[in-house]
Design a protein. Structure first.
Lengths: 115, 118
């Protein structure tokens, strides 16, 4: 079965600094990849997704992610973090086939932004 | 579009009582998911439906939990009897199969129901 690993439970960055959140997956072929964000007290919201094509994907709120097949990774980046980016971030993978409908979510990374 | 609607937003009940959580997915979506989120266990998929049919309920913790989807616009998650360890935030999400593709797409989450069992 596929799995998703987010190695960093908690990351703290200063406002204006760059950000990279790591995501690694385990699956024999290229899965469908997603990053979601969850602000306190809210449900998850999609930031960006990758299905095929250009491996650098642009999302909302200035985020981007790069799919690297050789590393089985889909890391999320932002060049300059804003205080409003403080939230929990989830990487998710979906695979085609029998369970094509569902996504497997990582355990999440909590981002704290220092002023 | 109103998005995924969940009710109630907060529920406080006593151990042993029946709890029913409700969800209205986005119109036109053919997948519906129920998740549970806690600090200890994170985000867990409980069950999901495709075209109102349960596809995978392997995440349902035990027989006290049941879910139904009587039509495309409504689903319930019931806990009977409830226990303190069921306290969590329960999310409903919906998604749509991309036309011509063997996959579903983005999941749209509701605001969640915060359940507290005393």
């Amino acid at each position: 079965a596929q799995s998703v690993t987010q190695p960093d439970i908690h990351i703290t960055v200063s406002e204006g600094a760059s950000l990279e959140l790591r995501c690694n997956y385990s699956y024999g072929a290229t899965p469908y990849l997603f990053w979601y964000v969850q602000s306190p007290g809210q449900g998850l919201q999609l930031l960006l997704k990758y299905f095929s094509g250009d491996t650098l994907v642009q999302g909302i709120k200035g985020f981007e992610a790069e799919f690297k097949r050789s590393q089985s990774s889909f890391n999320l980046r932002k060049p300059s973090v804003h205080w409003s980016d403080a939230a929990e971030y989830f990487c998710a993978v979906g695979i085609p086939g029998t369970n094509a409908g569902k996504s497997t979510f990582g355990d999440g990374t909590t981002l704290t932004v220092k002023p | 579009d109103a998005g995924v609607i969940q009710s109630p937003r907060h529920e406080v009940t006593e151990m042993g009582q029946e709890v029913t959580l409700r969800c209205k997915p986005i119109s036109g979506h053919d997948y519906l998911f129920w998740y549970r989120q806690t600090m200890m266990r994170g985000l867990e998929l409980l069950i999901y439906f495709n075209n109102n049919v349960p596809i995978d309920d392997s995440g349902m913790p035990e027989d006290r939990f049941s879910a139904k989807m009587p039509n495309a616009s409504f689903s319930t998650l019931k806990i009977q009897p409830s226990e303190p360890r069921d306290s969590a935030v329960y999310f409903c999400a919906s998604s749509r199969r991309t036309s011509g593709a063997n996959r579903a797409d983005t999941q749209y989450f509701g605001p969640g129901t915060r359940l507290t069992v005393l």
